[in-house]
Every structure is written in structure tokens, then in C-alpha cells.
Design a protein. Structure first.
Length: 197
């Protein structure tokens, strides 16, 4: 919706006034000047309402973005410390609209939104009498609640000669994704991240 200027508001007032000799339609008359005076504040209020309507959606917010982040609890331990305004908007929208889930499809969709389309989930079946077949991989009962998120691309960085002492031999390259998955996974499960799948 476009904002109206003061002249458009003044002409709308003039068109809505009653007809008759007492109601002059002269824009330079007393009523015309009164309508122009009122129309300045109407145009200002209209522009403010349009701005407020845009700020009510976190995907288009700019002036109230800090308030939206505070409402969503951002930045948290899983988000970037400083991002661009569009990244911050996307993070707020993703956090507010996240419904959660314990299914493999939910975590595949989460990986896709965080930059890993084509991810898959591997579940490790536990060997049971009557259900296992000869030649199947044997997993003990400890593997009952373990699943693996297979992500395309390189995600791990290995330590090199000349790195500082105490550097881990292998570090994950996507701590945001791993933090989100660990935070959203069912509490009784363990997740393994496999890059380059």
C-alpha cells in the first residue's frame, strides 16, 4: 500500500464534505486551508503506520530488529556473533517459526536451510533375534539411540604443521549447524556428523 501525501488527503477531505453554499470547495478558502493543515498530520500518521506494518514482520524489519532478536533469544550459542542485517532477519525468522521434530526429514530440512542440501540420516539398527539376517552388521544395544547426519561437502579442518600448540587435530567447520542439531535432537539420542557423504 502506498502512502498518500498531504495534497491527496486535502482533496479527499474536500470530496467528502457536504454539498451546499456554506461548504466552499475553493482550495484557497478557509475550509481548504483547514483541510491542508489537517492533511499534514494524516500523511505523517499514514507513513508511520505503513512503517509499523513493515516492522511487524521480522523478515522485513530493520528498526525493530534488535527487539525481534531479544524476543527470539538471539544471539544464542548457536548463532553467529555478528552477521549482516539479512542474516540476522533470517535467524530471527527461523527461530520463531521452528516447530521442532524428532524425524529424519526435520533434520534433513534443517541442514538444507543451513547450507547443506542433500543431507541424509543413517540409523543403526540393533541386532535382535528373529529380526536380524545372516550378513547384517551387528550393532549392540548401545547403538539403539545413535544416528548419523551425513552432510555433503568438506566440513572438517585438520591441524597443520605450524598451528598453535594445543590445537585440536580435527575441528568442525560448521559449528552453527552442529550446535543447532545437538540442541534440537531428542535428548536420549547421540548424533554423529559425517561430512563428505
Amino acid at each position: 500500500m502506498e502512502t498518500l501525501d498531504k495534497d491527496q488527503y486535502a482533496s479527499a477531505h474536500a470530496q467528502l464534505q457536504p454539498r451546499g453554499l456554506a461548504w466552499s470547495r475553493n482550495p484557497n478558502g478557509v475550509l481548504g486551508k483547514l483541510y491542508k493543515a489537517f492533511s499534514r498530520s494524516y500523511a505523517s500518521v499514514h507513513a508511520s503506520l505503513l512503517l509499523l506494518a513493515r516492522e511487524l514482520d521480522p523478515r522485513s524489519s530493520s528498526q525493530l530488529l534488535d527487539d525481534w532478536e531479544r524476543f527470539a533469544g538471539l544471539p544464542d550459542e548457536c548463532s553467529l556473533i555478528q552477521g549482516t542485517e539479512s542474516e540476522r532477519r533470517a535467524a530471527v525468522h527461523a527461530k520463531i517459526t521452528a516447530t521442532g521434530g524428532a524425524s529424519a526429514s526435520y533434520f534433513i530440512q534443517l541442514a538444507a536451510t543451513l547450507g547443506y542440501p542433500g543431507a541424509t540420516v543413517t540409523e543403526f539398527p540393533v541386532a535382535r533375534f528373529g529380526r536380524s539376517h545372516f550378513g547384517d552388521r551387528f550393532h549392540s544395544r548401545k547403538w539403539r539411540n545413535v544416528w548419523q547426519l551425513n552432510l555433503p561437502g568438506q566440513g572438517n579442518t585438520t591441524a597443520r604443521f605450524g598451528d598453535r600448540f594445543g590445537t585440536r587435530f580435527q575441528q568442525s567447520g560448521n559449528t552453527v549447524l552442529e550446535c543447532r542439531v545437538v540442541k534440537l535432537k531428542p535428548a536420549h539420542t547421540q548424533v554423529i556428523f559425517h561430512y563428505g557423504a
